[in-house]
Structures are given as structure tokens and as C-alpha cells.
Design a protein around this ligand. Sequence first.
Ligand SMILES: [Zn+2]
Length: 673
Amino acid sequence: MKKLALLLCCVFALQLASAQEHGIINNSESPYVKLKSVDMGDCVWTDGFWAEKFDVAKNSMLPYMESLLTGDTGHALNNFKIAAGLKEGKHKGMRWHDGDFYKFMEAYMYMYAQTKDAEILKKLDGWISIIEQAMLEDGYLQTQIQLNDKVNRYENRKYHEMYNTGHLLTSACIHYRITGQKNFLDLAVRHADLLYTLFMPEDKHFGRFGFNQTQIMGCVELYRTVGDAKYLKLAEKFINNRGQYKVEETPETQGYPIGDMVQETTPLREEDEAVGHAVLALYYYAGAADVYAETGEKALIDALDRLWYNVTQQKMYVTGALGQTHYGASSNRQLIEEGFLDAYTMPNTHAYNETCANICNSMFSKRMLDIKGESKYADIMELVVYNSGLSGISLEGKDYYYANPLRMINGTIDYDKMVTEFPERQPYLDCFCCPPNLVRTVCKLSGWAYSKPANGIAVNLYGGNKLNTTLLDGSKLELEQVTKYPWEGRVDITINKAKKAAFDVMVRIPNWAEGTKVLVNGKDAGVAVEAGKFATIKRAWKKGDVLTVDMPMDVRYVEGNTLIEEARNQVAIKRGPIVYCVESPDLPKDAKIMDIYLSSDKDFKPVYKKDLLSGVTSIETEVLVRKNNNDADMYKMVSKPEFEVVKSQLVPVYSWSNRGRAEMTVFMPIIWK
Ligand SMILES: [Zn+2]
């Protein structure tokens, strides 16, 4: 009998362990994490905003992207086939194209976790088989190098081997978690073992090789998946290498800016400012947060705290976007591209704001949320996913923006000279990093909606969904969220199954939601409710209990810090988590976007319109159009201008540019009455 009890105990413990290990980030055993991931598939969108976006991902974003990447336009699968000897031809696409294919596969994995569509697994197995055949005997796999006779492996960091590696490792770990199959994971292990032999020894050539460092996240996730500490050591090594070597042009760095551009001037633990390429920086910080989650090193989290503050309080756009410029200099006067300028330098029209950088901002904040358990990090995740993330793809799910400026004025940018900036979204981008990054984020977002504190559940993101999960003590929790968020502020969370003992339900009160009410079964919950914090309701929850979060959805003016010259005397309009813009289809035919002013005596009327832009709440209002604004000269004498009042509406910034080529602005000058 004792033996049987022991056996049952063991079986239960095993089930418990496995029930917690299928998160997007598997932090189930991470000692320095307060909020643990829910397993993929535990939360499924049911209705409303994210359910609709998830459907677009299933029916349009993924199939369309598949046609691109497995066909001749994207050529990504072709590259693997050619490397595998299954096809004749040459490598096409950017050097990071392998990584973009792994990201696309990852998106399909999240889709599978929620739909259990067996066809997806078949597709994945087919692609993994080709990838396996492309991998060399010693675990090396980089089609951009294998199919190029002129370069050797690990010759120059600009070839993005580290970036492709990171996405290979991450994608393989996710595949193992959702399927239990090792066919992809085994490839990742072989590949990472090769990396370990090359990059662990102290060596200046390999020491300066870190570049677009997704491999740090990948190595930590591999450590979490297979339990071998050498992959964590390797991840840490990639952090330790940065800032340890003299910043100078060497054969491994030629052809791409050095120093601040790739965050190698200052060691991370001493850094207090986000510099350089925004995507590189934020992937680096996200990876460092993963390392901290395992090691608890104080110097690392102190640096990440400083960097998170600098990024989100001194260099971030009102949409959550990052990377103020395409070309420029860091505050150390070093050449940078696609990245950060000085604090509070926030151009609108020339803002770069690569979709990837914006998404990386939310990835870094997700990790900080897990570590700290503070809702301010989820505020950033929410800001990004509703605004500067989603603006990277058309409502139909087939056209992409790489750059996401806050203003579009006809004639200011010569798009013929641009590589990644476009006046309208494009059906294919030669540089294809952003589209699969965004699509995988849409596909995985239900996995970010909840987290698990020590005793209960935390609600990070709102949206109609069902959650069926196992709490950290092994008890089952089932609940359902019903809401029209973000168009309406009321969220009803019904408990369908819960343990008898008391536990916490933490609900995020967004930083914009002052005046939120939290009710249990229609009565005030009697807990502290503060915007920008979690409200925690501890009680013995019963089946049928309804927790209501009622957030005020007033239309609000948002003003920039006075140090942001580019936003001076202007306001942006925000309602709930959604940032709005005014776009030329909602203005008189010949009105120029720079002649549009707001007046504080005009009312805002939010109206949900199901036939507008796939269903949005627009804000009906009157705007002022400045008359006779002759722009022939650079400067002109002016007296009080004349204005015409016109009826217009503001639309969510993520939905702009879906009605033909248009002008647009987020910040508008305001006349205070
Ligand atoms: Zn990108």
C-alpha cells in the first residue's frame, strides 16, 4: 500500500512537473521569476479583438506567408533544399533568411498549440526533415554561408549566423514543448554543441562575434528544455564578451558599423543607456533577462532596470515603438543605423520604429514582468501589441510595414532611395525579419495573457478567452473572460472550476485606467485598485463567481515631455490602450495633414463601426483645417491663421493605410480654448 501511495505520488509529481513546462518561455524552474508562464494552449481566444486577429492569422497571415517562404518569392525553404542537395540553385534572400523561416515555423507551432490541427504537424515535420538534411555533420547550419563559396563559416559577424542560430534554438524548443517530438530539438542540440566548442574558449575573434544576439534567448531556452547547464554558461558567455574587447575594425567586423551600433562599447552590467540598433539592443536585453531569471545576478538586473527605464521613459514613442532613426549617431557620437538617438529626440515623420524593434520591446517587458511581477511591464506589452506591433501588417494580413513612423507627409521622403521605408504596406519585403516576428506574436499572444504567481493567477492582457490551466500547486483552474475590450472597458471573468482553498486573482489595472472599479459578484471587491498596478483579490473562489474589472474608456489627450521638441504644442489621442491618428481618407480631399489642428472645445464621440477597418471604434470629432497656408518659402511672416472647421474621425493607428495611400499623423497641434 505504501509502495502504491509512493508510486501515485511520483506519478502526480511528474504530471505536475510536465504540466508547467510548456510555456512559451519555460520558466517553471527558474529561481528568480515571480510569475511563471501558462502552458501553450491553456488559453484560447474565444471572441472579440484577439480572437478576430487570431482568425486572420489562421486563415490569411500564415497561409499567405507560407506561400511566400516555401515558394520562389521568399525562397527561404528553397535555400534549405539547395543546401540539402534536394534542389539546384543559389541562395536568395537576406543573410538572416534562415532565421526568418524558423520564426515562421514557430508561428505555426503556436497555432497548433491552440487548434491541434494535425496538418500543421505534418507540414512542420516535412520542413524539419529538409532542415535536417541541410545541416552539416558537425551541426553547422547556415544556408547563407553553405551556399556561398566566397565566405567561410564564422568569418564575419555581419553574416548573421548568431541570429539564425537563436531562432533555430528557440523554434526547436517550442516544437518539442508542443509535440514531445525530438526531431527538431535534436538538431538544435547538435548545433548548440558546435557553438559551445567554438565560443566558450576565450578568443578575441569569437569574442567579438556577438551581433544580433537572439542566440542568448535560444541558449537559455535550450538549457531550460534539456537541462544541460553548459547552454546557460554559453548564454552568459555571450553577455560577458560584449564590452571586453577593444572596439576596432577587424576582419570579423568589416562591412557593418562597430561599437555602440552593436552594443559592444560598454559592458552590459555598466550600461545605463540604450544605444545602437534597436532590434539588436532589445534582443540582447531580453536574452540577458533570461539569464538573470536563472542566475539571479544583481549587476545584471540592475543594468536591465536602468535600460528598461531609459528605453520606455526616455526613448520610446507614444505607440510603444523604438528606434528613432534609420541613420544617425549614438550619444557617444558613433555611427548607428536603425536605432536609438539621444533621449527625448523623437522625430515623427523620420521615425524608423522597425516592427521587430517594437515587438522586441514587448518581449523584453514580458521577461521583466515574469521576473518582477509588476504590471508596468505588461502595460508596455499591451501598448506595443495594440499599436506599433500591429501596425506592421495590413488588416487583411498580407501586406507589411517594416518602418512605423508616427506621421506620413507626402513629398518628405524619396522612397526610391529607401530600402525598408514604404509609403504603403508591401506584399513582400526583401528584408523579411518583421513579418514572421509579428505573425508569431499574434499567434502566441494568448500565452502572454495570463501568468502564474505563487498561489493563483495573474491577468496580464484582456480579451475574450477561456483559460484551462494548472496552478503551481497542481490544482485545476478554469475561467472565462467575456469582454469587448479594447473598444469597451468592462471585463467579466467567470470562475468555472477552482480549488476550494483561497487563492489570488491578480488583475492588471492599466496605467491609463484611473478610476477603474473591481467587483466580485457585482459588489466592490474591497481591495486596493491603483492604475499601473495589479489589484489582487484573494478569496476562496467558487464556481460561478464573477470578477469584474470596469475600466473607464474616456478619450484622453496625451502630451509629450517638454524635452520632446518634436511633440511640442501637440497632443496624441488615446482611448484605452489604443493610440489614434487622423488619416487623409477622413479629411477634405485637398487638406494636407500638416494643416490639421485639434481644438479643445470640440467633442469626441467614440463610435464602434463594424464595417470600418475590420471593425473599430473610431472617434468622431471636428478638426480645424488651416487655410491659405502657402508653403513656398522655408520661412514666412505670419499673423493669426484662418481655420475651417470640418467633421472628421480619428482611427486606431494600427489600422491606418488600409484605405489606399494616405497621409497620417499621431501628434496634432492643439488650440486650447
Ligand atoms: Zn524586422
